[in-house]
Design a protein around this ligand. Structure first.
Ligand code: GAP
Length: 507
């Protein structure tokens, strides 16, 4: 039986990955707390994203901006005027639900961003009723998703501010300073990760749609005349992806596997930059152990596009509750920089040495990834209910695994020596020490926590200086010299040696 999102929430709670926020008070919908294993894994995930997208590249630098910013930022960006969802209210029981997702579920059509009139028509035409009491709905109303707060001691409209609904805007407001400080020439990107807040009407599907979440975003700026001039495009031309264009959706066709070369030649993906970033993001997920076949890219249909977007593709993943957006990647053109130039009166253009003119760069692709949704992907792809072992095996990539090594004494008599080994190893890796219950139970606990390798200190370790390492995924065991253990584990975790080549296989 397929693992549902509810099963995943139960597993995450049981193992200490994620808890319902303020559960002892009945919980708060749309808010979640990461537990001991979850907070480690989330940190590893964010570190891996930062390394891949910022530290390993010459053309991307990072910032870390504040959560509350000047309200004029949100006026300029268009969020105050149009960052809205449409709400359905039941005429009898007053249940409020998000209209687009409700219509999507009921009618199997893309409804994100649909206007109020279209929703009203669809509800009427299809006789959609309240899922709770089966009564009809009132005419829909719009609802701004930004959380409001007040800055300073007064609560007047003058002191009103918003918690950021996306990290993106700070890359635009700081654009000129960052470009100058980092001496960047187009094309270049600015990255940021951090909290974002949206007062979602119907938070649901565990971590998938929350009210407080984290994003990892890049605004990638290019010369406006070079939207189709990506120096890295060659590296992605032969990459295959499942592609679901707006036209395919319109014609009720299925997604199709294609090479990027094909998609660009047929103008399905319109710019090289967009194609390059979509593939880069697909590769990032696969590089950390996600199943590449469970991803597709889907183009937004016209009614879905955000107010700032010329063209948007989502990177989607096939969750047990359907294909869902993991990452939105919009072509934002020069919309945001222009808006901030207009609102602030500050010149945010760059001087182009080639044309000797000022230019306002384009953001032709904006990889914008939710941390919590990425967390779910890696958890789903790692989860294996191993009937033979009688326990769950969480086959997380070792870069993501919250704990890298488990240390067990074979029997409690060896506790002192095994503890000493643990103290030594934990200077290098995140380790756990487990001496309770049978070794079998300890292996099962380690498997469920996703620990890639466990070492068992036994009598041979004490007398002959050798020790066993167990591989989580195969359950195979090797015997190695204890004094070289740290290096062997390091190489195993980095994937530099194969498990069976790292020591003598124990029969
Ligand atoms: N700066 C562009 C932007 O924010 P978005 O498509 O609204 O675009 C980007 O959001 C990503 O942020 C989404 O693809 C998703 O991964 C994540 N995200 C958005 N809303 C979310 C929510 N309510 N809960 C969890 N993640 C969310």
């Amino acid at each position: 039986m397929e693992l549902t999102i509810e099963d995943m929430a139960v597993f995450c709670k049981k193992k200490g990955f994620v808890y319902q926020n303020s559960e002892i008070y009945g919980g708060m919908a749309g808010f979640w707390d990461y537990g001991p294993l979850g907070s480690e894994m989330k940190k590893n995930l964010k570190d891996a994203w930062w390394k891949f997208h910022v530290q390993d590249r010459e053309d991307v630098v990072g910032i870390d901006g504040s959560i509350i910013t000047h309200p004029r930022v949100w006026k300029a960006s268009g969020h105050i005027a149009s960052f809205e969802d449409i709400m359905l209210t039941c005429s009898k029981c007053r249940l409020k639900i998000r209209a687009d997702t409700f219509v999507e579920d009921k009618l199997s059509i893309a409804a994100d961003g649909m206007k109020a009139d279209d929703i009203n028509n669809l509800v009427e035409k299809n006789k959609l009723v309240c899922p709770k009491c089966k009564s009809g709905f009132e005419k829909v109303s719009a609802f701004n998703l930004m959380f409001k707060t007040h800055v300073g001691p007064s609560e007047s409209t003058k002191s009103e501010a918003y918690l950021r609904p996306e990290t993106a805007q700070l890359m635009f407001t700081n654009f000129k300073l960052v470009a100058e400080n980092s001496r960047l020439k187009l094309p270049f990107g600015i990255a940021q990760m951090g909290k974002a807040f949206r007062n979602e009407i119907s938070p649901r599907d565990f971590l998938f749609r929350c009210r407080e979440f984290e994003q990892m975003e890049i605004e990638y700026f290019i010369h406006p005349d070079k939207v189709d001039d990506c120096p890295y495009v060659k590296s992605v031309l032969n990459h295959k992806l499942l592609i679901y264009s707006a036209e395919m959706q319109d014609k009720k066709q299925k997604e199709k596997e294609m090479t990027i070369k094909d998609a660009l030649d047929k103008k399905i993906i319109k710019t090289q930059w967009h194609a390059y970033w979509l593939v880069t993001e697909h590769k990032w997920f696969s590089s950390l152990g996600a199943d590449p076949k469970k991803f597709r890219i889907r183009q937004h249909i016209d009614t879905e596009k955000s107010h700032y977007a010329l063209d948007t593709w989502d990177l989607e993943y096939e969750f047990p509750f359907g294909w869902k957006e993991l990452q939105g990647m919009a072509n934002r053109t020069d919309f945001d920089l222009n808006q901030h130039i207009k609102e602030s009166g500050v010149d945010l253009s760059l001087f182009d040495e080639e044309s000797k003119k000022k230019v306002i760069p384009y953001v032709v692709a904006e990889p914008s990834q939710g941390v919590d949704r990425a967390f779910l992907v890696f958890m789903f792809d790692a989860y294996n209910d191993d009937k033979k072992r009688g326990n769950v095996v969480l086959k997380l990539d070792s870069k993501l695994a919250p704990i890298k090594v488990g240390v067990f004494p074979l029997i409690n008599k060896l506790d002192k020596e095994a503890k000493k080994l643990f103290d030594e190893l934990k200077t290098e890796f995140t380790c756990t020490y487990d001496r309770s219950g049978s070794v079998g139970r300890r292996y099962a606990r380690a498997d469920e926590s996703g620990i890639p390798f466990t070492v068992t200190y036994d009598f041979d370790t004490k007398e002959k200086g050798t020790i066993t390492i167990r591989d989580r995924d195969s359950t195979a065991q090797i015997r190695v010299k204890a004094d070289g253990l740290k290096d062997i584990l390091k190489n195993l975790l980095n994937g530099e040696i194969k498990f069976k080549d790292a020591g003598k296989l124990v029969k």
